[in-house]
Structure formats: C-alpha cells, structure tokens
Design a protein. Structure first.
Length: 333
C-alpha cells in the first residue's frame, strides 16, 4: 500500500484521536474558566466544573484504586479519577494499548510531532537498538516507582489521609496552575521533549510515560493480537518498517509485546490481503479499524456511563467548598 493509501486507511483512527483531543482542549478551557470564577472572587461568569479533568490525575487515581480495592469505598472528592483509570485499563484489557493510540491526547500530540519531523526531514530517525532497549526501561522504572510508593508502601490510613486532604481536593487546580504559570525549568523540559518527539517518533510515549507502561502491562492479558499468516506473507517487511513501536512484526506469528498500541499501522501498510490482521486466538475473523474504533469508543462511553449511573462521577465538593479552597491553591505546596 502506498503512502496515500495508508493515510486514507488510517483516517478512522485519526478522526477518533481528533475528537478526543478537541474534547480535552474544551475540558481544559472550561476548567480554566471555572477556576477563574473563584480566583476572581466571583467577578467572572460561573462555569460548571468539567469532570473529565480528573483523567489527568493518574497518581491520585492509583491511590484511589488501592483505597477502593481494600475498603470497597470510592473517594468522593475525585471519584471520576478512579472511574476513568479503570476505564482506560479496561480498554487496554480488551483492545491492547488502544488507549494510547486512539484516545490519549499526549499520544496524539506526540504523533503530530512525529509527522512534523517527517515533513521537515523527510524521514524519522531511530535511536540505536541497544540504546532504545535501555531507554525503554525508563517508563517501566517510573511505573515501578509509583507502584511501590502507592500500591506497596502506602498504608490505607495514609491513603485515606491523602484523599481527605485539601491538597487532593485542589490537585486539579494545582495541575492547571502548573501549565498556566509554568516555570522556565518546566517549560524547558516540555520543549525539549517536544523537540525530541519531532526528531524521534513518540519519544515521550516510548521512553518515559508510566501510564503507557501500565496500560502495556495490562495489555499483555488482552486476547486480540496482530497475527501474521506466513503462507500469505511476501516478506517485504513493510509492516515492521512502518510500526511506530519498531516491533519486528514481519518475523512474528503473533505480536504480544506490551509496546503494541493497536494502531493498526502495520496492518494497513501490508500489501498482501489477509497476510496481517488483528484477530482473536479463537476467532480468526479480522478486527477491522472501524470495529476496533467502535470498541474503544464504546468502552469509553460505557465506563463514563457506569460512573454517572452509579453516582461515582461528580465531586462531593460544593460551590462553597470551592469558594474556600481554590483561592488557597496558589499558596499551598
């Protein structure tokens, strides 16, 4: 398949990515306006707090997950953080790391950076294989750090104290302040990561993202895999060359790596019909890109709906609570 055909074939995933990116941008703008109302003492218009902002509280969500698992109680302050974490892990269990390649806004921006790099340089650059393997351990080391810190070392009473603290209540506001009042050091780090993602495709996602490492570990249990029919394969190697994760798809009978994001780029780049597909081990009917997209979006809607209908979506904090704590956020360390 040529470059033009590949671009057309990937339109479904890019459309889903674009929709979720726009949703995230809308959430960010609305949340900024929500916070501004309280920081101005009510002088600016009041906005409804967008619950989706809690998707960006992964560390607290991990603590909330342990608290829920051990006590059966859902944190009432940021309940959607837990709901969304479970939803993303559920997507990874059913559809591999499709959260990363279909939903995650950071993954989408990283992919756009890679596209910019191809336009600027006419190619993508690759780090030496041995160094690539070493650097990939970075995100798993970060994941191990958070797992040990929260899931292993932190007792339930400490987690309960964290989840009931004022700092946790305004953790979303602190996150907003990080971006709106970014320090030169933070801006330098983010700029460096963006430039590296232009030069080396998916640099952040590939080497540093602990969320990607977590979804990858869960995806090891995911039944669908990219499967290659050796009898139909021409051995051209297009699938391996085009794989964003640099997986040797052209030499595998089934791709079980936690690095596979289910983007289907390898499948769409294969010139031999039926030689490469995503499929279940017990049902060899190929999973098309549209079907995978419907599964990913459907699971996302199912998770959000379950949170809403179970009463674990909206924060228990009242308007008066926000009036009191949001002005404190700038001084709270």
């Amino acid at each position: 398949m040529g470059r033009t055909g590949l671009k057309k074939a990937l339109t479904t995933r890019h459309l889903v990515q674009g929709v979720f990116l726009l949703i995230c941008l809308a959430i960010g703008v609305q949340f900024a306006l929500f916070v501004e109302h309280f920081e101005s003492g009510g002088l600016t218009p009041a906005y409804i707090r967008p619950v989706g902002v809690e998707a960006f509280l992964p560390v607290g969500a991990l603590a909330s997950l342990k608290y829920w698992a051990l006590t059966g109680k859902v944190d009432p302050v940021h309940p959607a953080a837990l709901v969304l974490l479970l939803t993303f892990l559920g997507i990874s269990l059913v559809a591999r790391r499709a959260f990363c390649s279909w939903i995650c806004p950071v993954g989408t921006l990283s992919e756009l950076c890679g596209g910019l790099g191809r336009r600027l340089f006419g190619r993508t650059f690759r780090i030496w294989r041995w160094l690539d393997v070493v650097l990939r351990l970075g995100k798993y080391a970060l994941l191990l750090f958070f797992v040990k810190l929260i899931l292993v070392d932190m007792p339930v009473m400490a987690i309960e104290g964290l989840l009931s603290s004022p700092y946790w209540a305004i953790s979303d506001v602190k996150m907003l302040h990080f971006f709106t009042g970014m320090s030169p050091a933070a801006a330098g780090v983010i700029t460096t990561l963006a430039v590296l993602s232009v030069v080396f495709q998916h640099f952040w996602c590939r080497y540093l993202c602990p969320y990607g490492a977590l979804t990858g570990m869960v995806a090891l249990l995911s039944p669908p895999k990219i499967r290659r029919d050796a009898g139909l394969c021409s051995g051209c190697g297009a699938c391996g060359r085009n794989c964003p994760a640099r997986l040797p798809v052209n030499t595998c009978s089934a791709v079980g790596s936690p690095e596979c994001t289910g983007c289907l780029t390898c499948v769409e780049s294969c010139p031999e019909p039926g030689a490469l597909n995503m499929a279940l081990p017990w049902w060899r009917v190929p999973v098309s890109k549209r079907s995978l997209g419907l599964v990913v979006v459907g699971l996302m809607l199912l998770g959000v709906g379950a949170g809403m209908f179970s009463g674990h979506w909206q924060s228990s904090l009242s308007y008066q609570d926000y009036q009191r704590i949001i002005p404190m956020a700038a001084s709270m360390k």
